[in-house]
Design a protein. Structure first.
Length: 150
């Protein structure tokens, strides 16, 4: 039974995806793709968070594992089904909380002033860059992706 729980956890973990949004990481499809570069000056920076889209995988995985554990713990009694239901509910709640906590990323909101004098904002996952107000930076964009780099 332990093998089946382990298999279920491994199988469901494959459903979870994470897209790195750091400015120093390019997704495969953007490699060797021409993008536009413009220069701007940083007007302000503030810390924000990026919340990944919720998929329900954490809740489903937690419920499945909790249900298996709960029903197996009481399998030789008349309460086996009740244990499974309680385990599924508890596992689902725990899985949802873990999924929510892991889907929040530290980010920065950067207000920029372009050479044309217009203000615009780029939000990106925090990286090792040391950006400061007044810095002259490159804004690289194309195909729905924009990043601010030194």
């Amino acid at each position: 039974m332990k093998k089946s729980i382990l298999f279920l956890c491994i199988a469901l973990s494959g459903c979870v995806s994470y897209t790195n949004q750091k400015p120093s990481v390019y997704q495969y499809g953007l490699a060797q793709t021409e993008m536009q570069v413009r220069y701007a000056t940083i007007e302000s920076i503030r810390d924000v968070y990026i919340q990944d889209q919720k998929t329900g995988v954490g809740t489903g995985a937690g419920a499945a594992v909790g249900g298996i554990i709960g029903s197996n713990g009481l399998s030789n009694t008349k309460y086996g089904m009740i244990g499974g239901v309680i385990g599924a509910v508890a596992g689902g709640i725990a899985g949802q909380k873990i999924s929510e906590a892991s889907s929040i990323k530290n980010a920065v909101e950067i207000v920029l002033k372009g050479d044309d004098g217009k203000l615009f904002v780029v939000v990106q996952e925090s990286d090792n860059q040391k950006l400061s107000v007044g810095d002259r930076v490159k804004v690289i964009g194309g195909y729905g992706n924009t990043r601010v780099v030194r």
